[in-house]
Unconditional design. Structure first.
Length: 45
């Protein structure tokens, strides 16, 4: 929430795509750690 307030106040909306991509890749890393989904995630890359 603090990050969103910073971006809104300083007009740093260009950071939003970077943060979203980092969150997506972080989620993929968490999912790929020893789950049944891991082989399907590895085929994407």
């Amino acid at each position: 929430m603090e990050l969103w307030a910073f971006m809104k106040e300083r007009k740093k909306f260009w950071l939003l795509p970077i943060i979203i991509m980092m969150a997506i890749f972080g989620g993929l890393v968490v999912l790929s750690q020893g789950s049944a989904v891991a082989p399907f995630i590895y085929t994407i890359f």
